[in-house]
Design a protein around this ligand. Structure first.
Ligand SMILES: [Zn+2]
Length: 62
């Protein structure tokens, strides 16, 4: 175990995720956006249809 491991909390802190886009792929359903939280590195996938706000396809994944 390293010093970094001992400082990490056992459960990720609850906070408002700040998603940034890792990559985007065009599909027939719209654009699938792979996003990552800058605060805790959680990831999720969103579907961005042309005239709708992005819809999460997954819950946040650690
Ligand atoms: Zn987060």
């Amino acid at each position: 175990m390293t010093a970094v491991d001992t400082l990490a909390p056992p459960v990720a802190p609850v906070h408002e995720h700040a998603w940034i886009t890792d990559s985007v792929h065009a599909t027939s359903e719209g654009r699938v956006r792979y996003v990552r939280c800058v605060g805790c590195s959680a990831r999720r996938v969103e579907l961005e249809a042309s005239d709708l706000p992005p819809t999460p396809l997954t819950r946040a994944l650690q």
